[in-house]
Design a protein around this ligand. Structure first.
Ligand SMILES: NC(=O)c1ccc[n+]([C@@H]2O[C@H](COP(=O)([O-])OP(=O)(O)OC[C@H]3O[C@@H](n4cnc5c(N)ncnc54)[C@H](O)[C@@H]3O)[C@@H](O)[C@H]2O)c1
Ligand SMILES: [Zn+2]
Length: 402
């Protein structure tokens, strides 16, 4: 290969350049299990050993306090598991329990604490950070892991529905800074992900349901059969029946993983965010309600709105928009929030400013995912305010009286 190219061949001005080009293949297993710290369960050990099967691996474990509170024997179980598998696993320090939830991403001291702890435990580039928790804790731990020594190996054990079907599976991490969500963060694929469904037993009903919002989302944009399955299982899912939840999480996880590796833009260089259906309104609603709405709850409203908008502009059938709305209702989502009615002094609806903010978030060009069918999303680059107003009015009318 001749790497010396004349600049004019590339339409460059300048005298001469060398084109640097290489490819790195990323690969990580996502395992689904129960009882991850039962001594007989080898998922975690197999994940640690997957590149160097004979070595004794050092690992530091950080645990979301929301999980540890509900599973008081968890840290003992981790230590006992390590002792039982001592030929392959050595804990670099006792498990560290820190508060999870969004506040852990808002606090830069927390990040420094994690870095200092990794330093003191002599965690090096061949060692592991194992993070157990919800999406927020995983984002924080992932950023700490990616930036310590320019990257120590990360194994994620997601413990919420959202983390198991979305946040814990992908290639991103981040913390909030300077008033912006995920302002500091990297793209850093994990070494492995181990999903243990048992953790879901202690989730509260809002967190349970919120995670289902993302399942409806991927079904609506990617998989019509999955959408029909969600309709058929709506009662079981609304009751959080474990078997139905497990199937929904696995299907949703598979669709997310496929999007990352086959979508053509794993590190989000372009403007399109096909997985962000319903998200422009959701992001704005989360802010307008001061995060009183969970992300998934806001996404449910955003999807019902953009579904109806898709029908209003003739992209989707009205019947399909009704089906989407009905499914979300049956799963227990409330699809209207008073914050949708908030106005600026000049009378403009505040939520609609979310479209412009979403454009900025994408980096310049607006790209909003709408629906052409249940199971097929399409990108548009313009949102018509009058049609959006009609969709909002429809959404309000369709909300049953409390
Ligand atoms: N990196 C990504 O690709 C990505 C994608 C989507 C979302 N996210 C991020 O994920 C975060 C939201 O994650 P989330 O929905 O998992 O919520 P969360 O992490 O905020 O957790 C919600 C609450 O549940 C508690 N908790 C966690 N597991 C529990 C369990 N098993 N039992 C009882 N309580 C438990 C936590 O302590 C917390 O109080 C946001 O910060 C979002 O930005 C990241
Ligand atoms: Zn989302």
């Amino acid at each position: 290969v001749n790497r010396n190219v004349r600049p004019d061949q590339l339409g460059w001005s300048g005298s001469e350049l060398e084109m640097q080009r290489f490819t790195v293949v990323f690969e990580y297993p996502v395992a689904f299990t129960r009882g991850v710290f039962d001594h007989a369960n080898r998922c975690l050990i197999d994940a640690l050993r997957r590149r160097e099967p004979l070595r004794r691996h050092r690992a530091a474990v950080v645990v979301d306090a929301g999980v540890a509170d509900h599973w008081p024997r968890l840290t003992d179980a981790i230590q006992s598991y390590a002792a039982a598998h001592a030929s392959h696993l050595e804990l670099a320090a006792p498990p560290l329990v820190i508060p999870g939830g969004e506040c852990c991403k808002n606090d830069t001291d927390r990040l420094s604490q994690l870095h200092a702890w990794l330093r003191n435990a002599a965690v090096d580039r061949q060692s592991f950070l194992i993070a157990i928790g919800g999406g927020a804790l995983l984002d924080l731990a992932g950023f700490a892991a990616a930036t310590a020594h320019r990257g120590v190996r990360l194994i994620r054990l997601p413990t919420t529905v959202l983390a198991q079907n979305d946040a814990g599976l992908g290639v991103k991490n981040g913390v909030n800074a300077f008033g912006l969500k995920n302002f500091l963060g990297t793209f850093a694929p994990p070494f492995a992900v181990v999903v243990d469904f048992d953790f879901l037993a202690t989730l509260d009903s809002r967190d349970h349901r919120a995670g289902l919002g993302e399942a409806v989302k991927v079904a609506a944009i990617r998989d019509g059969d999955f959408f029909c399955w969600l309709e058929a299982q709506a009662e079981a899912l609304a009751a959080f029946a474990p078997e139905a939840m497990e199937v929904a999480i696995r299907r949703c996880a598979a669709l997310h993983l496929a999007q990352i590796c086959q979508g053509g833009d794993p590190f989000e260089g372009g403007s399109a965010r096909p997985l962000d259906f319903g998200h422009w309104a959701a992001h704005k609603l989360e802010i307008l309600t001061g995060h009183a709405l969970r992300h998934g709850e806001a996404v449910a409203i955003g999807m019902a709105l953009d579904g109806r908008y898709s029908a209003d502009i003739g992209l989707l059938s009205a019947a399909a928009a009704e089906r989407l709305h009905r499914l979300l209702q049956r799963l227990g989502f409330r699809l209207w929030h008073e914050a949708l009615d908030l106005r600026e002094a000049d009378g403009r609806r505040r939520v609609v400013a979310g479209i412009e903010e979403f454009r900025e978030h994408l980096g310049g060009e607006l790209s909003v995912t709408l629906l052409a069918e249940l199971g097929r999303g399409v990108e548009v680059d313009i949102i018509e305010t009058a049609a959006m107003e009609r969709a909002l009015a429809w959404l309000k009318r369709s909300e049953p009286p409390q």
